[in-house]
Design a protein around this ligand. Sequence first.
Ligand code: NAP
Length: 240
Amino acid sequence: MNEITLVTGANKGIGREIAAQLAALGHTVVIGARSAGAGKQAAEELGVESVVLDVTDPVSAAAAAGTLEARYGRLDVLVNNAGISRPPGSDLAHQRPGSADLGVLRAIFETNVFGVVTVTNTLLPLLRRSAAPRIVNVSSSAASLARNADPELAAQLPISAGYTPSKTALTSLTLQYARELRDEGILVNAVCPGYCATDLNGHSGHRTPAQGAVAAVRMATIPADGPTGTFVDDEGPVPW
Ligand code: NAP
């Protein structure tokens, strides 16, 4: 069956690669992008569709859902990939807990956590029309509580009261959605792409966006009786 798939924040970076790899597997992919121009350009380059979608804007999410409903009548896969590490003009220093700028923290949570709730809830009616609905949330193993609680492992991670807790919240939210939607057969999983060179981190990552896309693609293509409520990367389960 042709899979209808929406990837948010897919005009560049890991999202764009998730879109490319799912399109190569035969999915009908729609790129969500807050910039109509950037979304259209990426979609043309990949031979897929695009829709304007600012995940922080419920009106934008409703309009995108309306477009998807008119075009396809349902949604099979939602990849919540859009995310920010900091709002424009701020730096990591604004996220040190003891001196955090609350405006910065709120902006990060607005996109990485509340944006996921906005988009997911707006699209749930379309996902419920799918024979095998799947939701994939792009989180981060850097936000693993187990890793942050281990002094040796945490030494490799930045101290962050913004990005890191926002992704911890997203992972937790994934479990709550998985629990709520299990009986309806909607599979909800979190993935970590690994540390990839993208605009998000000034291209400091050691992996390519294409490598980073692999875990999300895997969880976007699980069968209807596949896992739900998991947190995985390329190599398997990530500690919570
Ligand atoms: P990226 O290249 O900066 O791409 C982020 C994407 O999200 C862009 O398309 C951006 O759109 C979009 N976006 C941001 N705010 C949005 C909003 N309000 N509405 C819609 N789209 C929005 O970063 P990336 O590294 O590919 O990140 C993708 C995901 O992977 C994020 O959730 C990130 O937290 C996660 N992740 C990344 C790494 C890594 O090492 N790169 C590691 C772990 C997890 P614009 O072009 O308009 O800004």
